[in-house]
Design a protein around this ligand. Structure first.
Ligand code: GGG
Length: 354
């Protein structure tokens, strides 16, 4: 029997309720596949901030280092500036554990009535590989004359050869492993950002040479956003900087139905440290507490975690159950055009597990 020690941080807003459903589903598959979960919950996030003045305790990263994986809900609260919640919890975890790949798949499933006309099930089937530890999210910069009319904020984008090459290499490996269009699209804005993103472009060219069997394409981010809407079926694996990857994956989620369907894995491919799995969506304070949030992204983030730890059959079982619930269309949350509650959707996945 395989045993996994998982740190669970439900976080804020709808993160709390969607995690309830995904833990139900992960517990349900455990018996069937001889898995023992040791879930340890940490009450970190905005409520913790109100009480202690920080999103998680000073030794939080040392605590998390002892776990096999981290499973996160969402962070963000209307009464705390977003840069405090993000830089106080999510981003330090990604950096400390060198989770340099953020893998975010988007697929148009049967039964989803997406916003793009003429797109049928499976027409859209792409994965965005987002650089996750540097780029525009590098914690480098500062203020001068803060609070005065001369106020200056400097935000540095950091693009290293090492950081670019390793995430681009992961993208090419994904194109081979998926074995679909066998294509990698690199997204930058290197016509305007003529230093860091040139390091990225050069890295892309160097890595591409090692994968002659994979088609390549380079797009500026504005053209990529346009093509995500205009002809998303052209994409297979997309590799992008930290910020551009974040923006593209919101578009990817919406053209395939909803933010509530988009899972993600913050991955250390070398497995030196815990990786972290989380739905792409945030805490959605506008709908929190109403019991109407969509738990499917959290649930499929759980199946990404299972796949990553090698529990492929269990992951497949969850993905098939989710697909069944979506295709049947009887128990869908409001963002997918249904009227079911968060827990009814979770229960529907449980019964689809068989
Ligand atoms: N599911 C975690 C969460 O709350 N994400 C919202 C967010 O703003 N994430 C920032 C990012 O991924 O860059």
């Amino acid at each position: 029997m395989a045993k996994y020690k998982i740190a669970v941080i439900r976080g804020d807003g709808i993160g709390i309720e969607v995690m309830e459903e995904s833990l139900k589903v992960l517990n349900a598959v455990a018996d069937r596949y001889d898995i023992t979960w040791d879930f340890v919950e940490f009450p970190w996030g905005s409520d913790y901030y109100f009480e202690h003045g920080h999103m998680m305790p000073p030794d939080a990263l040392d605590i998390l280092a002892e776990f096999n994986q981290i499973y996160l809900g969402a962070v963000g609260h209307p009464d705390i500036q977003d840069h405090l919640t993000l830089n106080g919890l999510l981003l330090p975890i990604r950096r400390r554990f060198d989770q340099y790949v953020c893998e975010r798949p988007n697929t148009l499933f049967p039964g989803i009535n997406g916003p793009l006309k003429d797109k049928e099930a499976w027409d859209i089937d792409l994965v965005v590989i987002r650089e996750n530890t540097e780029g525009e999210y590098a914690n480098v910069g500062g203020f001068q004359y803060q609070g005065f009319p001369e106020e200056i904020g400097v935000q540095v984008g950091v693009f290293t050869r090492h950081g670019s090459e390793r995430v681009i290499t992961y993208a090419f490996e994904q194109a081979r492993a998926r074995n679909k269009k066998r294509k990698v699209t690199s997204v930058t804005k290197s016509n305007a950002q003529g230093y860091g993103m040139i390091v990225w472009d050069n890295a892309f060219e160097r890595v591409a040479e090692k994968y002659p069997d994979i088609e390549t394409e380079s797009l500026l981010v504005d053209a990529a956003c346009m093509d995500f809407v205009r002809k998303p079926e052209d994409f297979d694996v997309v590799v992008a900087s930290n910020l551009f990857g974040d923006i593209l994956t919101d578009i990817g989620a919406i053209i395939t139905g909803s933010m509530g369907l988009a899972p993600s894995g913050n991955i250390d491919p070398q497995r030196r440290f815990p990786s972290m799995f989380e739905p792409v969506h945030g805490s959605a304070p506008d709908i929190m507490g109403q019991g109407i949030s969509n738990p499917l992204a959290a649930i499929t983030s759980g199946s990404m975690m299972l796949r990553f730890i090698g529990e492929t059959e269990a992951a497949d079982t969850i993905d098939t159950a989710v697909l069944q619930v979506i295709e049947k269309g009887e128990t869908l949350p409001p963002d997918l055009g249904g009227q079911s509650t968060t827990s009814q959707v979770g229960d529907a996945v449980l019964s689809a597990l068989g």
